[in-house]
Structure formats: C-alpha cells, structure tokens
Design a protein around this ligand. Structure first.
Ligand code: C5P
Length: 341
C-alpha cells in the first residue's frame, strides 16, 4: 500500500535574527505562513529493511543526508515498525529556495508513513523528531499562520491570516542559509550603528521588540474581526477604523506592514544578489501590499489584494526571465484538508 500527500511550501512574514547561541544556531523570531505551492510525496512500506529515496531532480540527495531519510528513520524507531520504506518525491518547488521545500517533504513523508502503517506518534513526539532534523520542519506540523521562536523550531499556531493571493518568484539562485547567517554576524559586528550591536542584551532587545510588534498585530486581528462582525450585523462602528471596501486579510496585512515587520536576511542577501532586490521592487510596483524575501531566499514573494494584479505581476517577472507563479496562502484548515485530498 502507498499513500500520496501534498508537501506544501512556506513563506516568512518577517524574520528577526538574534544572537548566535552556544549551540551554533541563531535565536530567531518569525511568522511562518503556509502557501499552496507544493511537491508530491509518496510513501510505501515493503518487505525488507532500509529507506530508499527516489527523485528525478538530481539536486535532491537520495542518501542519508536527505531530511526525509533522517526523520523517517527516527519515526520508524518511534513507531516500532519494520520494513523497507520507499519515499518518492515529485519535485516542483525550488531546491534551497527559502520555501522550506525539503523540510516540508520530510514532514509529509512522516504523515504519509503513519497512514501507511496505520500507526501514529503523539503530537509532541512528532514535533520532537521534526525539530531534531531541522529548524524548519515543525512548522509543517502546525500549518497556517505559525509563530516560530527559539532557532525557529519552537512553533505555536497563531490566529490564521485569511487566505490571500500571493506571487512567489523563484530566481535560479541558490542562497546558502548557513552562509547567510554568517554574513549577518559579520554585518552586525562591523556596522553596529546600522543593525544594533550583537551583544547579547542588544540581540535580546531585538527579540523583545519583535514580540511587541507581533503581539500588537495579533491583538488588532481580533479587534478588526469584531469591527467587521459588527459592520455585518449593521451596528454602529467605533474605535478601530476598518477601511471601506477592504477585506479582512487585506486590512490585517496592511496592519502588519505598518508595524514595520521585516526580514533581516534582506540586509545581507540583497547586497550580494541585487537581482533579488529588483524582484521585490517589481512586486511592490505591481501593487503588492507587502513584498519580501522568504527565509534566506532566493524565493521572494508579494501578497496582493486581487488575483488579477497578482497574475500580471507574475507574468511581468516571467517576461524578465524570473520564474514566478500566482498562488494563495493556506489557512490551517485548508492546509490539513489539502495534504490528504
Ligand atoms: O536547522 P537547519 O538544518 O535548517 O539549519 C541549517 C543551518 O543554518 C544550521 O546548521 C546553522 O548553521 C544555520 N541556522 C542558524 N540559526 C537558526 C537556524 C539555522 O544559524 N536558527
């Protein structure tokens, strides 16, 4: 028996890099958002032993270094299962793209494996083995809008941003995440007046500030919802202004943009790859409510109020030779429904 699942991608709505920790990782604060772009992962368990990974894309490792291998190896032990696990990956997302493709594949493989074996780990157990394998895996066990703290592996579901149209550009540039973190360390050590000196207190101040921004934003979400519910029921509005003609997703996003949420990686990745800064500019000029690098890139996205403007922006980027697709963000219920559809 085999089980086929969708392995979705993520974008980062803001990413703040803090201090380098003694374990070699950086303290992070980010908001992950799952999107509809995906790979396909098929898992079967046969007679024998071992883990076999099949993928047509030569850039995907098929040995023990693949995140699918690492996490499935742990899952088989945890599930006390035996057999030869065959994982087939149909790659559609870019490799090393800032969209969490490999991490999503690994989580998808575990979810499919549990269905094949008709056995389940507890949710905390699943989160533990995912975090052991990589900082970007656990978010895919939550889906929708997710707060990531620690090294990004400590994840909390936050109220979902309503689904919104999104253009994802995937320039053919491989940005190394460890190198981008190292460049960030260099930047903050060289230019304390620009980025805030990365002494531990300064770095933790930056984290606290992100927490405040996020808390204010999440707080405004429920206020906006209350306003709109009142508006719908015809009662008088007071307090928080809700822009006329704007949907909730759009209002929330504009709110987020006003708080000044940013991806710190842009400061080290854009100077190195100016073409990525240009992609962001194209998206902004095309009317994106918010545009940003995702993770350490090279994927760069724009969030749009209308599908038509998004399609136009994607077409414009493709004309410039940059692969780009108009898609949508996925709320938590949509994410979980579509994985197994
Ligand atoms: O956890 P993951 O395997 O995705 O991390 C890849 C590399 O990125 C780490 O080995 C580390 O160099 C860097 N990293 C970091 N701080 C984080 C996450 C990743 O320095 N929070």
């Amino acid at each position: 028996m085999s089980v086929t699942v969708r392995s979705f991608a993520k974008i980062n709505l803001g990413l703040r890099i803090g201090a380098l920790r003694p374990d070699g990782f950086h303290e992070l604060r980010t908001v992950y958002q799952t999107i509809a772009l995906h790979d396909i992962v098929r898992v079967s368990v046969r007679r024998g032993s071992g883990i076999e990974i099949r993928c047509d894309d030569s850039r995907v490792p098929t040995d023990e270094s693949n995140t699918c291998y690492l996490v499935v190896e742990r899952a088989m032990v945890e599930l006390k299962a035996s057999g030869r696990v065959v994982i087939e990956i149909e790659k559609r997302l870019p490799v090393q793209g800032g969209l969490g493709g490999a991490s999503g594949n690994a989580v998808a493989a575990v979810l499919a494996l549990e269905r094949v074996l008709k056995k389940e780990m507890s949710a905390p157990e699943r989160l533990r083995i995912a975090a052991e394998v990589g900082s970007d895996l656990p978010l895919f066990l939550v889906g929708g809008t997710v707060l990531g703290v620690g090294r990004g592996e400590e994840v909390y579901p936050v109220p979902d941003l309503p689904a919104i149209v999104c253009v994802v550009a995937t320039p053919e540039i491989g940005v190394s995440t460890p190198k981008a973190f190292a460049d960030w360390d260099l930047l903050v050590s060289r230019e304390p007046e620009v980025s805030g000196k990365l002494t531990l207190p300064a770095a933790s101040d930056r984290m606290v500030e992100f927490g405040r921004v996020l808390s204010a934003w999440l707080g405004s979400q429920s206020q906006i919802k209350q306003k709109q519910d009142k508006h719908k029921s015809g009662r008088a509005l007071s307090g928080v202004p809700v822009s006329k003609g704007r949907g909730r997703a759009e209002t929330l996003l504009l709110d987020l943009v006003r708080t000044g949420i940013e991806n710190d990686f842009e400061q080290v990745v854009f100077p190195k790859y100016p073409e990525l800064r240009e992609v962001k500019r194209v998206l902004e000029r095309a009317g994106a409510l918010y545009a940003s690098l995702s993770g350490s890139g090279s994927a760069t996205y724009g969030l749009f109020a209308a599908r038509e403007a998004a399609e136009k922006a994607a077409a414009r980027l493709r004309t410039d030779g940059v692969p780009a697709t108009a898609t949508t963000t996925l709320t938590r219920p949509q994410y979980w429904k579509k994985i197994f559809d």
